[in-house]
Design a protein around this ligand. Structure first.
Ligand code: FAD
Length: 475
């Protein structure tokens, strides 16, 4: 083998690609990870969408804006007096950028420690598992026994609301505002729209979110979605369902958005418009024309349950393949593929991928919704428990929302857990673990939960499924 041959070459260094390379190296394989991300300063950084313009920067701003909002609205309830509360958006953005910088450069350190070769450049899969790599200094070709495509996704652009990078922006633009827009329009009440709407709403924007569907969070359990909608509206987010955007034009300093609602034409004026209608798989230039990697109708790389593509020894993971566009889903696929390449037995349990929306309250779930269980026709039972009577939530001044647990009525296995409430994104981990271990509701009932904790609400929801909650009236 020559110096330019690797056991595994990964194209794409986001949360699906870089863990695949690291796991392959851990298993004794030679691995290279090629990534072409460039930030607005022209710096090349690993980490993909997630670390650079996705999960991490959005959570940094969500935290800052939440603290500001709580200082403004809640500190006085705690008996804390704050004088001269003010905002420094530049400092907020600098903190965010610092976190991104630390984590993205951290990947290079991880590569070094694991023995992964990281190349900052653009990769293209050629026939015969050769990979052409274009860097800032030239072009080289390497070969690999296995190639993993992890090229991710990009925001969807609407033809009637084209990005101008200033007033009509995608999520990346909305994470980089240097001042708080007075009026912010958001198209799409999905995860990203709600999170970004929350950030700027908490900092003072009047936020209007236009959602084409009539159902709020159609993919979530509707009892949880309704509760979440109530709280988000109470916070001032003006969420308009059944609002189909027909046009968006920039006129001077204003964006005029036309939309249809209830059969009538409406308009919305705002200072900035965020288009957050989803993301599409990105495969542009990732493989040469004579490499027969099959795509499906929506442009995703077609893969089997083990992420094998139509080309032998070519795999694909993360946002570029079917399934939820979530960082942790991509990571687990990357790890699975590395283990399979190394000859191990590996499986991915797609039924226990948690979803989290980092609004306040947070929304999180795993497994089936009640409507999905109903469709299967299997007998089920439901236990719910409200945070309103949870001591820890009260102490935190965040006693809102509920936990809902759905279990099979005969066999008792847990089918789904749905939470809207404080740090639901952390609480859901226990439910994921329980489902991964195929626990029953009784297993959760018998698990001792520390007091006072938010996790007691999950315990009580499991108890409630058998009408034996202690701190609630069982019906
Ligand atoms: P990406 O992260 O998109 O990485 C792909 C990488 O491949 C990129 O660096 C790209 O430049 C590179 N690339 C593409 N083509 C080539 C090529 N030919 N050669 C070399 N490199 C190439 N998910 C969560 O789970 N939790 C969250 O809280 C969350 N929040 C989000 C918030 C926002 C605002 C956004 C936009 C997304 C969020 N996501 C979240 C989704 C998450 O970011 C994606 O699911 C995740 O990044 C997908 O990982 P990936 O590795 O498949 O692709």
């Amino acid at each position: 083998m020559n110096d330019n041959h690797y056991d595994v070459a990964v194209i794409g260094g986001g949360p699906a690609g870089y863990p695949a390379a690291i796991r392959a190296a851990q298993l004794g394989l030679s691995a290279v990870c090629i990534d072409d991300w460039k930030n607005e300063k022209g710096e090349r950084l690993f980490g993909g969408t997630c670390l650079n313009v996705g999960c991490i920067p959005s959570k940094a701003l969500l935290e800052s804006s939440e603290l500001f909002h709580r200082a403004e609205t809640e500190f006085s309830v705690h008996g804390i007096k704050v004088g001269g509360l003010g905002l420094d958006v530049a400092a907020m953005q600098t903190r965010k950028a610092g976190i991104v910088q630390q984590l993205t450069t951290g990947i290079e350190a991880l590569f070094k420690a694991a023995g992964v070769v990281g190349i900052k450049g653009r990769g293209k899969l050629l026939a015969g598992n050769r990979v052409e790599v274009k860097t800032d200094t030239g072009v080289e070709t390497l070969s690999a026994t296995h190639v993993v495509l992890a090229t991710g996704s990009v925001p969807v652009e609407l033809p009637m609301a084209k990005f101008d990078g200033k007033r009509i922006v995608d999520s990346t633009g909305a994470l980089a505002f240097t001042s708080v827009p007075k009026r912010l329009g958001v198209i799409g009440a999905g995860v990203i729209g709600l999170e970004l709407g929350s950030v700027w709403g908490r900092l003072g924007s009047e936020v209007v979110i236009l959602e084409a569907l009539d159902t709020f969070l159609y993919m979530a359990d509707q009892q949880i979605a309704k509760e979440a909608l109530r709280h988000l509206k109470k916070q001032g987010l003006d969420i308009r369902l059944g609002a189909k955007v027909t046009s968006a034009t920039v006129q001077g300093d204003v964006v005029k958005v036309g939309y249809e609602s209830g059969g009538a034409a409406q308009t919305l004026e705002c200072d900035a418009l965020v288009v957050a209608v989803g993301r599409r798989p990105y495969t542009t230039g990732a493989f040469a024309q004579d490499v027969p990697v099959q795509l499906d109708k929506r442009g995703f790389v077609e893969v089997d349950a083990h992420c094998r593509t139509s080309v032998p020894k070519v795999w694909a993971v993360g946002d570029v393949v079917r399934g939820p566009m979530l960082a942790h889903k991509g990571t687990e696929e990357g790890v699975m593929v590395a283990e399979l390449i190394a000859g191990h037995v590996a499986e991915m349990n797609y039924k226990t991928i948690p979803s989290v929306i980092y609004t306040a309250p947070e929304i999180a779930w795993v497994g089936q919704t009640e409507a999905e269980v109903q469709k299967t026709g299997r007998p089920y039972k439901v236990g719910t428990f409200s945070f309103a009577v949870n001591g820890r939530a009260k102490g935190m001044q965040q006693a809102v929302g509920l936990v809902k647990l759905i279990a099979d009525r005969e066999h008792d296995d847990i089918l789904g857990v749905h939470i809207v409430g404080p740090v639901a994104g952390e609480l859901i981990a226990e439910a994921v673990l329980a489902m991964e271990f195929q626990a029953s509701a009784e297993d959760l009932q018998r698990t001792i939960h520390a007091h006072p904790t938010l996790s007691e609400a999950l315990h009580e929801a499991a108890l409630a499924a058998d009408k034996r909650a202690i701190h609630a009236i069982n019906r």
